[in-house]
Design a protein around this ligand. Structure first.
Ligand SMILES: *[C@@H]1O[C@H](CO)[C@@H](O)[C@H](O)[C@H]1NC(C)=O
Ligand SMILES: *[C@@H]1O[C@H](CO)[C@@H](O)[C@H](O)[C@H]1NC(C)=O
Ligand SMILES: *[C@@H]1O[C@H](CO)[C@@H](O)[C@H](O)[C@H]1NC(C)=O
Ligand SMILES: *[C@@H]1O[C@H](CO)[C@@H](O)[C@H](O)[C@H]1NC(C)=O
Ligand SMILES: *[C@@H]1O[C@H](CO)[C@@H](O)[C@H](O)[C@H]1NC(C)=O
Ligand SMILES: *[C@@H]1O[C@H](CO)[C@@H](O)[C@H](O)[C@H]1NC(C)=O
Ligand SMILES: *[C@@H]1O[C@H](CO)[C@@H](O)[C@H](O)[C@H]1NC(C)=O
Ligand SMILES: *[C@@H]1O[C@H](CO)[C@@H](O)[C@H](O)[C@H]1NC(C)=O
Length: 411
């Protein structure tokens, strides 16, 4: 973890990022969960529609000083997974590992246990109460898309057929809970700022060109969204340098990735500061999602990757794929912000989960792997994306915990 110099950028792309957006059809079960012993609190909505109730039980309340990102994974095959892979019609093929042939399902049965407190139990109806008349939007790459899908799956089972909808409107995907007038949305923007990879389905993977000072085209679609959740990392980490423009679109130059990342984040910061109303909107930023491309990092002497891993890493671990220079840039940019952005630092907790990637049970360039490719995990295992149900559910449990705290009134 220490000896990693700022210049060292690992190339994270032996596997091409699959990018096909697929959409399923709806099936559902109604299942009311409102707890009789809940306390009623008020939450802050838009001023014109204040005073809607969110039920917050004593177990939901967190000590604000508790660090949710420090803790361990506990085996819990009673409460986990929080939904079944085949009960959520909105999952894309890229994440449905069991259906794609993964033989073990242990990766679904781990619960994240923070050291100093408990995560509140995820209650879809409470989340819908919070999101009433609101929009929650996830913005980023395919890793972020999995978090969006996870959130939809966590929520959708409590909504009866006909009262929910799902549509693709590239670069957006939109899930709507009609009775709540609540939407959970996804917006494809792998670099957050604009780039030649912005087409949601037909984007270049090998050729990258980022417009470091351009964000307004995307930003238009983000304006007024009540809860924004950003993420951008893995697309930057292809080579130590990246082609980018700043100022003139014609003036393409090679930038060090760290330099380019900082400029892009500053563009994003300026957009936030000029656009966000901190009284009405909440902004989150997800830290980098770790990769497990080289098994020698947790099993010295081995020469594989995340394929055939069935258990989380025990003890301290930080892979070289999670670039600390990028982490430091985020730290600095967020520190300077004039509005509050909550940084969800999920990197460390996800680092332990070498067992939870899609490996050969996912897609490559929009297609499931062939039998021959599956037989060659050294070349074809995907150690970037995660199976669902899985690790992104935990990211959402943490996001939910924060939302629950910020939309309740402690008076
Ligand atoms: C880019 O990185 C190289 C080493 O990887 C370093 O020598 C150089 O100073 C960096 N340039 C800038 C502008 O940061
Ligand atoms: C849950 O895990 C325990 C301990 O590994 C095991 O004995 C039990 O059979 C498992 N239960 C189910 C339903 O898989
Ligand atoms: C539904 O939600 C949208 C987006 O949050 C909001 O603009 C609109 O006013 C809401 N509609 C009603 C009828 O409250
Ligand atoms: C994808 O984009 C490329 C370059 O912009 C274009 O030439 C190609 O026709 C597009 N393919 C599809 C299927 O839209
Ligand atoms: C930048 O673009 C040029 C021209 O297309 C290409 O030769 C070069 O390899 C690119 N640099 C990087 C870091 O991708
Ligand atoms: C997977 O792991 C098991 C036990 O750890 C081992 O016996 C088996 O040979 C491994 N399979 C491959 C393809 O590496
Ligand atoms: C995120 O967590 C890691 C590991 O716990 C830590 O090293 C890093 O400094 C944290 N990042 C920020 C920006 O706080
Ligand atoms: C940011 O959050 C802190 C702590 O919750 C609060 O004290 C502060 O006033 C907030 N700042 C802004 C600009 O909203």
């Amino acid at each position: 973890m220490k000896g990693q110099s700022a210049e060292r950028i690992q190339s994270l792309f032996p596997v091409l990022l699959a990018s096909l957006l697929v959409l399923g059809t709806a099936q559902l079960v109604f299942d009311s969960l409102k707890s009789a012993k809940s306390y009623v609190f008020q939450y802050y909505g838009k001023p014109e529609k204040l005073r809607k109730s969110v039920f917050v039980s004593p177990e939901d309340r967190m000590d604000e000083s508790c660090n949710l990102f420090e803790g361990q994974w506990i085996w819990d095959n009673v409460s986990y997974p929080l939904y079944e892979e085949n009960s959520c019609p909105y999952l894309v093929k890229q994440t449905t590992c069991l259906k794609n042939g993964r033989p073990d399902s242990f990766y679904q049965n781990w619960r994240w246990q923070p050291r100093a407190c408990n995560l509140p139990r995820f209650d879809p109806l409470k989340l819908l109460d919070i999101l009433r008349d609101k929009r929650l939007m996830f913005i980023g790459d395919s890793v972020q898309r999995a978090q969006f899908e996870s959130m939809v799956c966590l929520v959708q089972s409590v909504i009866p057929k006909g009262k929910k909808s799902f549509k693709r409107d590239p670069p957006r995907k939109i899930f709507k809970a009609k009775e709540y007038n609540a939407t959970i949305e996804y917006y494809w923007a792998p670099f957050i700022v604009e780039s030649i990879s912005d087409h949601a389905t037909n984007h270049t993977v090998l050729k990258r060109l980022v417009n470091l000072d351009s964000i307004s085209k995307h930003g238009k679609s983000w304006e007024g969204v009540d809860v924004l959740v950003f993420e951008s990392y893995v697309w930057w980490m292809y080579r130590p340098q990246i082609n980018a423009t700043y100022g003139s679109m014609e003036d393409v130059q090679e930038y060090n990735v760290t330099t380019a990342y900082r400029i892009a984040m500053e563009t994003w910061r300026n957009w936030l500061e000029s656009t966000i109303n901190p009284h009405l909107q909440k902004v989150f930023f997800m830290s980098m999602s770790p990769t497990h491309l080289w098994s020698w990092e947790w099993k010295p002497g081995s020469r594989g990757n995340c394929f055939n891993e069935s258990y989380p890493i025990q003890g301290s671990y930080w892979g070289t794929g999670s670039n600390l220079a990028i982490m430091e840039i985020l730290h600095e940019v967020l520190q300077d912000l004039k509005i509050n952005v909550t940084f969800l630092n999920i990197t460390q907790l996800s680092e332990y989960r070498k067992d939870a990637h899609t490996t050969v049970f996912g897609e490559r360039r929009g297609k499931l792997l062939t039998k021959e490719q599956r037989a060659d995990p050294l070349n074809f295992a995907d150690c970037i994306h995660w199976c669902l149900p899985g690790v992104p559910d935990t990211w959402n449990e943490i996001l939910y915990a924060y939302l629950l705290q910020s939309y309740q009134n402690f008076l």
